[in-house]
Design a protein around this ligand. Structure first.
Ligand code: ADP
Ligand code: ASP
Ligand code: MG
Length: 483
């Protein structure tokens, strides 16, 4: 390893290399269920204590359900009911208060912080009702309290347990553009600010505790990274600090072969490549925010997904290399609520510029497209967010005949082994011969095979594929399945 510091360039010895590796921090991100109540906080104390020597930097989400409630309070206030909005939040403030009284150092300090937060939120909800500031700006500010309170509370709980924790306002580290509700980080500023804020604390052997999900725009206003964004915060902070590892602690043991809410028999995948994890996250595996992998890849930082309720289990490690799964398929992800749009026109035949014209319309309406397939006279595409569709269809009508189908689901089969393993597509589709499949996509070198079915058929399709690829010897619809 070769380092340049100021005037000196030097090569590190083996021991020194080891020391540098040890000095790298470990990012530990705890999701909403990891801080849902007093027992969950007690578990976190044990988990962080066990890694106190590996320079932890803690990222924490709002308590489970709190972001939903804060966003709901904005809806109520917008409809003219700020008092009802405050009443809705009471139960959640109580939860923070109960944990503080049971476990925090200086619970009266936390009580004062909570009291301030509540009175600020009252003012913000009144402003929402009166529309004195743009709603997206107020919404992000109100939503940020969940993570901000979690960070202050968790730091106090860790301190009470003898750990040198210090809350840090994540908005001082994560600098984003001004796109409220789905802000994009500005990487250079974020790296600089994160290092300035956190490195002195880490060097002084303190444990920084930051709320995930939140940041600030250059004008100082509070922004959020989109739902589930705390994972992304953890990866961004990890990249800024060149972390040894990013750990995502949640309520399941790693990334599973399918969504466990649909298939309780889904099991943990020990290793995933960055590409596999990114595909699964993008196509609906909620356990990772879709953007989490990006910052980790650039610096080859391993991402580990662990269960805070069973910390002794290894979970999933995501890194650059992975052995090919002997079954070639690693997991099945899915996303419901998808809309399909088909544009047909004879004008497309042999013409150039047609696809450009279509994409330009979606681009202008800031609507992301997930999958695209084309035939000689039609283009089909799938959308996750169809809110801009009426205006888009209006413009698409000038290009051809437009057909829209709602209530669709994307199913995505992922595995490095899909690349160049013959017969996989046949195996997948033979399980689904009686299910209507409307769009299929697989790139020449891609590691996923993705298709669209009607929402009502999604569970059946996933169950059959799971049985075929992961439940050897099981029977699907009367047919024996060979894995
Ligand atoms: P957190 O609050 O810790 O960020 P999330 O609810 O965002 O947790 O993500 C964890 C949830 O993701 C799990 O409880 C599980 O229901 C869901 N999930 C969906 N697909 C998968 C999958 N393939 N593997 C693991 N969990 C999944
Ligand atoms: N609290 C935020 C949400 O519920 C962010 C997160 O938990 O990752 O979306
Ligand atoms: Mg999450």
């Amino acid at each position: 390893m070769h380092y340049t510091t100021g005037l000196f360039a030097f090569t590190l010895t083996k021991q020194a290399r080891f020391a540098v590796a040890v000095l790298k921090p470990t990012i530990m991100k705890f999701g909403g269920t990891c801080v849902e109540d007093t027992r969950a906080f007690e578990r976190l104390v044990r988990i962080v204590s066990a890694q106190a020597a590996s320079r932890p930097v803690v990222i924490v989400s709002a308590m489970s359900g709190v972001t939903d409630a804060l966003l709901e309070s904005v809806v109520l206030a917008t409809a003219g009911h700020p008092d009802a909005a405050m009443r809705l939040l009471e139960r959640h403030w109580e939860r923070y208060q109960i944990v503080a009284q049971a476990l925090a150092s200086e619970p009266s300090f936390f009580a004062a912080t909570l009291k301030n937060a509540r009175s600020e939120i009252v003012d913000l909800l009144q402003a929402t009702k009166a529309q004195t500031m743009p709603r997206p700006l107020l919404q992000d500010l109100i939503a940020s309290y969940g993570e901000r309170l979690s960070a202050v509370l968790l730091a106090a709980v860790l301190r009470q347990a003898g750990l040198p924790a210090q809350p840090v306002d994540a908005r001082r580290c994560l600098i984003t553009n001004s796109e409220h509700g789905r802000a994009e980080p500005m990487l250079a500023q974020t790296e600089r600010r994160t290092r300035t804020e956190l490195e002195p604390l880490i060097a002084a052997s303190r444990i920084p505790v930051l709320g995930g999900f939140i940041g600030s725009a250059e004008d100082g206003t509070t922004t959020t990274l989109g739902r589930g964004g705390s994972d992304y915060t953890a990866a961004l902070v990890g990249a800024a600090l060149a972390a040894r590892e990013v750990q995502i602690w949640t309520d399941v043991t790693g990334v599973l072969t399918a969504d466990p809410r649909l298939l309780p028999q889904a099991h943990t995948i020990a290793r995933l490549s960055y590409a596999e994890a990114a595909e699964l996250a993008y196509f609906g595996a909620k356990v990772l925010h879709p953007k989490t992998i990006q910052p980790a890849v650039l610096q080859s930082i391993p991402v580990r997904i662990c269960n805070s309720r069973s910390p002794e289990e290894a979970g999933t490690i995501v890194c650059a290399q992975t052995e090919m799964s002997p079954r070639t398929v690693k997991a099945i992800a899915h996303k419901t609520g998808i809309t399909l749009v088909q544009i047909s026109s004879a004008r497309m035949l042999g013409a150039y510029g047609f696809l450009h014209a279509i994409f330009e319309i979606f681009n202008r309406h800031r609507t992301a497209i997930d999958i695209v397939t084309t035939s000689e006279v039609s283009v089909s595409l799938s959308l996750d967010d169809a809110s801009g569709l009426p205006a888009i269809v209006n413009e698409l009508n000038d290009l051809g005949e437009v057909r829209v189908e709602h209530k669709q689901a994307i199913v995505c089969v992922v595995g490095e082994g899909l690349r160049g393993t013959p017969g996989i597509a046949a195996r997948i589709f033979s399980c689904l011969s009686d299910i209507n499949i409307s769009l299929i996509s697989q790139g020449a070198h891609s590691i996923n095979l993705t298709f669209v079915v009607e929402e009502d058929s999604a569970v059946e399709a996933i169950s059959r594929l799971h049985a075929a690829f992961f439940e050897s010897g099981m029977t699907v619809k009367g047919k024996a399945v060979v894995a």
